[in-house]
Each structure stands twice: as structure tokens, then as C-alpha cells.
Design a protein around this ligand. Structure first.
Ligand code: SF4
Length: 471
């Protein structure tokens, strides 16, 4: 099933060329994202003050990031007071090593996992497997990906590119149940029976965190299936890996985020399961709780006045579902756990040394649809252009011709009279390249024309028409 091989590092353009060959994946993805978008639109339109809520959430995130060091210290203090332990991880290796050591200390051969982007970011399953510890994904979509030896293609619904017939085939093979049909409740029950056995025997659970509240040291997860609740309550040890940007100051500030997240992510009015815990408790839930706070490049993002809003993300996936690029290429073309518009700005910032991520900010038409749907108002197109500028400058790729051409166009666009001259010049200059009402390739711009059409300047421009007709 994987279209792009695991561990393969190629540019987005080449990876996308491969994923675009997979017609079934494209059909499944188009269908699923259309359904989620439709549901989202209905529940968003029910809220009169949706725009105010978005603004409120943006302000909450901005304030939290401004006070991040103080909030993280407060969180640490309160987690410890409540009986938990806090570990700080500078990067992915440190974080996965901490989890690995904790799992080893507990003598676990298997750990149950709640769907989590941060554990994907630190490549935890692979690190645990190298130690002989098997990580069992308990979210249904993640389980499909794991059993199918596939790669995720969406940050909320990783197996969104699988249809029910493909899932049936997989479950028949993996659970040895030839009588299974492709009826979704039947498929879900087969997975449930498999997972129940895992929940009841696992000593360690690993989770991410959707948020943490500094004032009480509480950590929270939202999910739809109840698998998270099982992981958070049954095993003796719970290890949560959380990006440092997920902390918010108070409970009051959590409310708008909990309202925005389910509506944006899955088109639900509220999450079916919202689990929040503070440390440990006698005879109730895990005996040991460890919170791993992951930096992995986030403090560097924070230093950048434009790109820092990337850290506002609440991982709802709405920008993926609307993105015309993602909806065609799918998530595997991004070769990162973070795909779509958020992946195009987040991956190149946290994995700065990985060259193939430098292409991601260019994987966008800059249509702006992502910014319109983002519940925390992240200006994704502005960050994309900032990253493009930075990457071109760093790589020295902006050659003399490109800089000259952009300078020239800027000069023409700065004055109305100059723009009028440009149109006249273009009308004559385009003749050798004109094919009906479009331009075919223009010298030195071949690559640009590979994937785009440029309309020819009309024989009668609007300016000409206006001059003739204004009286
Ligand atoms: S960038 Fe915005 S829309 Fe995209 S996943 Fe993050 S919060 Fe959701």
C-alpha cells in the first residue's frame, strides 16, 4: 500500500508525482474530505459568534506563547504536586529515549498507544521496536495503518485513504476472520475485540496531549472512540509526550479551544470523549504518570516573529480538508507526520537540516483557503511566503535572472502608467508564444509553465474598453 517507501527522502514534487498515480487513494481521499468538510460547515454555521471565538482562541494562544517559560515552570510544579513526574526533552531523540527507558523500567513488552502526533514526530514506535517493545496503536485509523504497514495520510484520520473493502481485506487477514463483511460496525467490532485483549494486559500506555492547564497541572486528550479512556485508566504507568506549545494558563482559557476543535476537526459539536487528569490518585487510574515536554525546534520557531504563529495549531486538520494541493496528492507526499498546509509550514521549521522538507513551503497555490478555515487564525499563506523567501535566500537559489525579473515586475506594478506600458508591451511580446487565449512556454520559464496556464493579454484590455466606453 505505501506509495512512498518508508525512510525514502525525496522532494515533495517527486513524491507527489508518485502518489498522484494512485487513483484509488485519490478517490477515497476526495470522498472523505468532502464528507468532513460538509459536516464542518453545518456545525460551524450553527455558531453565531464563530469569528469571535476564533479571535479569542488566537489571543489565548498568543498570550500563552508570550509567557511560555513561566507557564511551563508552573505546569511542572503542579504536575509534581499532583504526584506526576516531568521530563524535559530538547529533541526527538531525547524524548524517545526517555519513553524507552521508562517502558523498560516497567518491564513492558507491549505498550498501548493513543493516537498522538508528537509520538509520531519522535518516531517512537520504531525506537521502542528496536528495544523489543511493541507499540500497539489503539485508535482505529492508526491501527489500520499499523496493521497494513502503511503510512498516515491525515493528521486527524490517518487512514482516510482506505475504503471499507480494503479494511475488510486487511482485517480478514490480520484477525483471521474470513466471515467478516465490509459493514463498518462489524469491522469496528473486530478491531474492538482485538484491542480489548491489549487494554487488559498492557502495563504501560503512551499518549500525546491536546492541551495542559498550567494552573492545576492537568493534561487533556480529546478523542472519538473511547480507546484513549481505556489507555488512560487501565495500565499502571501512563507516559504523555507533549509539545511545549500546548500549555495554556487557566481552565477558563480552555473553553473556546474545546468548542473550536471538534467542529473544525470532525464536524462534531463536542468530542465524544474528553479525558483530563491531574497527576495520580490512590486506587484510581495509573499509579505512575510521566509528562515528557518536547521542544524539538519549537523555541527556535518562537524566535521568529512571523512564523511563530505556527505554534498556535490545535491539530484539527481543517486546513488539510480544504487544501487543493493536499486533496490531490494525499499526506504521504509530504513525507512527514504533519501533512497539508500545517505540515508545509511546521515540518521545515522543526526539521531544518532535512533538505527534502525545504520544498514543502512551495507545495501550495497560496489560495488562502487554509487561513480562512483555521480555527485559531494562523496566517498560513503569509508564513509560507516567509519560509519560501528564507529558504531561497539560504540556499542562494534566487539567481540573477529571478531577482532581475521580480525587480522589473515590481517596478512596472508600482505606477499605473508603467502598468499600462507593460500591458502594451506584453500584447506584442506574447505573439510568438500565444496559443488561442493562453501562452505556451516562455523562454527561461519552462518549469513554471509545466504545471500552470497563463492567460494571454486580451486583444482589447479592460483599459482600452474603458477608454472607449466611459462616456
Ligand atoms: S493550522 Fe489551523 S486548520 Fe490547520 S490543523 Fe492547525 S489549527 Fe487546524
Amino acid at each position: 500500500m505505501p506509495v512512498v517507501e518508508r525512510g525514502e527522502k525525496i522532494a515533495f514534487k517527486n513524491a507527489a508525482e508518485r502518489t498522484l498515480q494512485d487513483g484509488q487513494m485519490r478517490r477515497n481521499l476526495r470522498h472523505a474530505t468532502t464528507v468532513i468538510r460538509g459536516k464542518r460547515e453545518i456545525v460551524v454555521n450553527e455558531i453565531d459568534d464563530w469569528q469571535e471565538l476564533r479571535e479569542q482562541a488566537k489571543q489565548i494562544k498568543t498570550k500563552a506563547l508570550k509567557n511560555l517559560p513561566r507557564l511551563l515552570e508552573q505546569l511542572e510544579e503542579n504536575v509534581k504536586k499532583a504526584g506526576g513526574q516531568v521530563h524535559w526533552a530538547r529533541d526527538a531523540d531525547e524524548a524517545s529515549d526517555i519513553v524507552k527507558q521508562l517502558a523498560k523500567q516497567s518491564g513492558a513488552q507491549e505498550v498501548v498507544k493513543i493516537k498522538s502526533m508528537t509520538t509520531e514526530e519522535i518516531n517512537l514506535n520504531r525506537v521502542l521496536a528496536d528495544e523489543g517493545i511493541q507499540a500497539i496503536e489503539t485508535d482505529l485509523a492508526e491501527l489500520i495503518i499499523q496493521l497494513g504497514n502503511d503510512e498516515s495520510t491525515h493528521i486527524v484520520v490517518p487512514s482516510v485513504h482506505w475504503n471499507r473493502d480494503q479494511i475488510r481485506e486487511l482485517f480478514v487477514r490480520e484477525f483471521n476472520q474470513p466471515e467478516l463483511t465490509n459493514n463498518p460496525p462489524e469491522l469496528a467490532n473486530a478491531a474492538r475485540a482485538y484491542l480489548r485483549r491489549k487494554f487488559l494486559t498492557a502495563k504501560v500506555a503512551v499518549s500525546g496531549a491536546n492541551f495542559a492547564v498550567a494552573e492545576t497541572g492537568s493534561v487533556g486528550i480529546v478523542e472519538s472512540e473511547g480507546n484513549g479512556r481505556m489507555c488512560l485508566t487501565l495500565p499502571e504507568t501512563l507516559i504523555s509526550v507533549m509539545g511545549i506549545e500546548k500549555v495554556i494558563p487557566t481552565w477558563e482559557e480552555l473553553s473556546p479551544i474545546l468548542e473550536l476543535l471538534p467542529r473544525s476537526a470532525t464536524g462534531e459539536r463536542m468530542n465524544p470523549y474528553t479525558s483530563i487528569w491531574s497527576g495520580t490518585r490512590e486506587n484510581d487510574g495509573p499509579k505512575n504518570f510521566h509528562l515528557v515536554l518536547l521542544d524539538n525546534g519549537r523555541t527556535d520557531i518562537l524566535k521568529d516573529s512571523v512564523a511563530r504563529e505556527t505554534l498556535h495549531c490545535i491539530r484539527c486538520g481543517a486546513c488539510l480538508n480544504i487544501c487543493p494541493v493536499y486533496r490531490r496528492t494525499g499526506g504521504q507526499a509530504y513525507q512527514s507526520p504533519y501533512s497539508g498546509p500545517i505540515g508545509a509550514i511546521f515540518s521545515p521549521q522543526i526539521w531544518r537540516s532535512e533538505r527534502h522538507f525545504a520544498h514543502l513551503p512551495f507545495a501550495s497555490s497560496l489560495c488562502g483557503a487554509c487561513a480562512d478555515v483555521c480555527p485559531v487564525k494562523i496566517p498560513i499563506p503569509r508564513i509560507l511566503t516567509q519560509l519560501r523567501y528564507r529558504m531561497k535566500r539560504q540556499s542562494g537559489q534566487a539567481g540573477f535572472f529571478e531577482r532581475f525579473a521580480i525587480g522589473l515586475v515590481t517596478w512596472f506594478f508600482m505606477r499605473e502608467q508603467r502598468f499600462a506600458w507593460l500591458l502594451k508591451l506584453a500584447k506584442f511580446g506574447q505573439v510568438p508564444f500565444k496559443r488561442k487565449d493562453k501562452l505556451a512556454s516562455v523562454p527561461l520559464m519552462g518549469a513554471w509553465f509545466e504545471a500552470r496556464d497563463l492567460p494571454a493579454v486580451a486583444d482589447e484590455t479592460f483599459r482600452d474598453w474603458w477608454k472607449k466606453n466611459k462616456s
